[in-house]
Write a protein that binds this ligand. Structure first.
Ligand SMILES: Nc1nc2c(ncn2[C@@H]2O[C@H](COP(=O)(O)OP(=O)(O)OP(=O)(O)O)[C@@H](O)[C@H]2O)c(=O)[nH]1
Ligand SMILES: [Mg+2]
Length: 258
């Protein structure tokens, strides 16, 4: 049992502003007890000029899931990323680059399966952890979040590591519950979580995708993962990106408390 048994009131969908509902939408027991396989999994990612990594990431997904998971890329690239992704069997949707969260939200919406896994397309996240993530979902979790920071995250630039630890501390304070990595790109979600909450953030979407489900009583579990060296150039400006994430955490934390 995931601790998410809900009362009848919780069957209401998220309200128009999406930020004030306190309880998770009801899930019937059959959905909670269902055992998923990789045939039920979509692995989704935003891709922006990831020519150096996309083939490896999609090959890893294919190898680990025996080619059974669906792969979805929402792509804003000017390089050969989308062609390479298609050649590796991914469903590729094109979108003008408007930031991480805009692309990931479109990717979540495009996923057709009942368990949705997010990852970056830069070869930093271990696709080898997919079986464990699915196992934790099958154990009743609604969200499984890859925690890079508890294993050291040596491959992460020191400034980013410090910032990410500070974000986790800030989110933990606002939520009243200890979380270790709020900005990780690798998570698994039951479809209902993704559909029942209205998402508002862009650069800070990753933190929002952890914080709102946690605040609303969904069963969210962190699992340590190894974080690898980035393939290809980063397009992230740590200062402006960090400021945007801090704002998102504050906004989402305060909204959820209210
Ligand atoms: N489609 C699309 N994808 C994006 C955009 N911005 C970032 N991405 C992708 O989103 C994922 C996360 O971006 P990253 O640059 O890896 O951000 P990060 O992990 O915070 O930072 P580093 O890995 O250190 O560069 C990657 O797969 C990017 O290619 C965008 O505007 N549009
Ligand atoms: Mg990345």
């Amino acid at each position: 049992m995931s601790g998410l048994e809900t009362d009848a009131d919780a069957t209401d969908k998220a309200s128009a502003d999406g930020a004030t509902d306190a309880a998770p939408a009801a899930r019937d027991d059959a959905a909670e007890d269902r055992q998923y396989t990789f045939d039920d999994v979509s692995v989704v990612m935003a891709t922006y000029n990831e020519e150096a990594a996309v083939a490896r990431v999609l090959s890893d997904v294919e190898a680990v899931t025996g080619g059974r998971a669906e792969a979805v890329c929402v792509d804003g690239s000017t390089d050969r990323t989308p062609e390479i992704a298609e050649r590796h069997g991914a469903c590729v949707l094109r979108q003008e680059p408007r930031g991480y969260g805009v692309a990931v939200e479109a990717a979540l919406a495009a996923a057709s399966r009942d368990v949705i896994v997010t990852t970056d397309c830069d070869d930093t996240y271990p696709m080898a952890a997919l079986p464990e993530f699915l196992e934790v979902i099958n154990d009743g979790a609604d969200v499984v979040s890859g925690d890079r920071l508890s294993t050291g995250a040596d491959a992460m630039p020191a400034f980013n590591r410090l910032g990410n630890r500070a974000f986790a501390a800030l989110a933990s304070g606002l939520l009243g519950e200890r979380v270790h990595d709020t900005t990780t790109g690798m998570r698994a979600y039951r479809r209902a979580v993704v559909e029942d909450i209205e998402w508002t953030e862009n650069t800070g979407l990753s933190a929002e995708l952890l914080m709102r489900p946690l605040a609303r009583g969904y069963d969210v579990r962190e699992r340590p993962i190894r974080y690898g060296e980035r393939a290809g150039e980063t397009t992230l400006d740590p200062l402006s990106g960090g400021a945007a994430i801090a704002k998102s955490i504050l906004r989402v934390g305060i909204e959820e408390r209210l």
